[in-house]
Design a protein around this ligand. Structure first.
Ligand SMILES: [Zn+2]
Ligand SMILES: [Zn+2]
Length: 420
């Protein structure tokens, strides 16, 4: 087998990795580069891969499949520009949530999978056998992979961690004897720039959120990603234990409708209700074939009078809902939980949102943890799985891998072939 990391050996996000044999070419992830707030001048690295994109050079070596580890934009963002007819492999929920995001943001087209990948269900593309393993990450339905061909074995972790709700699954991936002694481990290293970083667990985040919700007299507004389901569950539990009604908007309600029923959602949880942000609702009614996404939840709507008067709500919000909060909700004695990456605070919309609450004398607390592995998790991964070679990706500090694990770490650059 051969590995070509087309993008990702020296950067976080925009991942694209090719694994091929004489017979087959497979692409793992096809990500868009993340916006870089701190290095706006950083040169974007154009992704050039023969036969992959509409405008790529065509050779006689067609691509046999694109496999997506999870639906974050830095792993799936360029899917719309790929050549027609390349089979797509992705988790079912991952695809469904991606399609809902397309519906609501009008960014990109919906996707259609050739085959849904499933936990520990191997499948074959020509002479390559791929076994997906569910892992813990801030996107629901995220996978790592074992890739086997001609007696060789490669592992690719995708994005993962161990401190969330599915930590046991990540552990199963690296403690499972089947994955041990791989010829190459391609592993993410997002957090390695922080020395000996220990991540707070999602449960600890939940406990801090509960404390905050208990001491806040009025409504609590939680600024978080609607697709971060681990976090949403923690916020729901905290709301429940502080006797608050959990309120989500129609976008979040539609995402939740794609998930198993044991995840809090308006249909099966009596203490989860829905609200309709003005501009978003207007858009859903204006655009063709989208009004059903709004109507679908009308029976779970919190009526306007209640929305206006209640002070015991825990509301999941986004920055662009500020005018809905100002016009329709009670924000006196309210509090804000900022539950996203700190770097987003320099974003104008976030600033405006937080400024409003600062002027309102609302307490604002940052309660967040990373979606990526901390140092100990990475050390344990390598210790248990015992790979012969390591290729760090999704990191700006691959040299820390060399510091931690020595000579088995390959100094691989983007676009260079590595023969397994
Ligand atoms: Zn990523
Ligand atoms: Zn991710």
């Amino acid at each position: 087998m051969k590995i070509i990391v087309h993008r990702g050996t020296r950067q976080i996000g925009g991942s694209c990795i090719e694994i091929c044999t004489d017979q087959a070419r497979i692409i793992f992830d096809i990500g868009e580069e993340l916006p870089d707030k701190y290095q706006k001048e950083r040169e974007k690295k154009l992704l050039v891969v023969d036969d992959l994109f509409v405008n790529s050079k065509t050779t006689d070596r067609k691509i046999d499949g694109i496999i997506i580890s999870h639906n974050h934009g830095d792993h799936i963002g360029l899917i719309d520009s790929t050549k027609e007819g390349i089979p797509l492999f992705i988790g079912k929920i991952s695809a469904d949530v991606h399609n809902i995001i397309c519906d609501f943001t009008s960014k990109g087209n919906k996707i259609k999978a050739h085959k849904y990948i499933e936990h520990e269900k191997p499948f074959k593309i020509k002479d390559i056998v791929i076994t997906p393993y569910l892992v813990d990450h801030s996107a629901y339905d995220s996978y790592a992979f074992m890739i086997e061909s001609n007696g060789k074995k490669i592992l690719y972790t995708g994005d993962f961690r161990k401190h969330g709700a599915k930590g046991k699954l990540s552990e199963w991936f690296y403690k499972n004897p089947k994955t041990h002694n791989a010829d190459v481990l391609i592993i993410e290293g997002t957090n390695l720039y922080k020395e000996n970083y220990v991540a707070e667990t999602e449960n600890q985040i939940g406990a801090r959120a509960l404390e905050f919700m208990k001491k806040t007299a009025g409504n609590v507004f939680v600024l978080q990603s609607s697709a971060n389901i681990d976090r949403l569950v923690q916020m729901y539990i905290a709301a429940k234990h502080s006797n608050r009604l959990f309120l989500v908007d129609i976008f979040t309600a539609n995402i939740l409708a794609q998930l198993p029923d044991n995840i809090p959602n308006p249909k099966t949880f009596k203490d989860v209700k829905v609200f309709y942000p003005y501009w978003l609702t207007q858009r859903m009614f204006k655009e063709e074939n989208k009004s059903h996404l709004a109507y679908k939840f009308s029976q779970y709507k919190l009526d306007n009078e209640e929305l206006n008067q209640r002070t015991d709500l825990c509301v999941l919000v986004r920055e662009n809902m500020l005018s809905d909060i100002q016009k329709k909700m009670n924000y006196s004695k309210s509090g804000v939980i900022y539950s996203k990456w700190e770097g987003y605070k320099t974003d104008k919309k976030v600033e405006t949102f937080l400024d409003f609450f600062r002027k309102n004398n609302s307490e604002i607390e940052s309660i967040h943890t990373s979606g990526h592995a901390d140092t100990d998790t990475i050390k344990n991964f390598v210790k248990y799985s015992n790979p012969k070679k390591i290729i760090p990706v999704h990191t700006e500090t691959p040299e820390i891998y060399s510091k931690l694990f020595g000579d088995i770490v390959g100094n691989i650059k983007d676009g260079i072939e590595y023969i397994v």
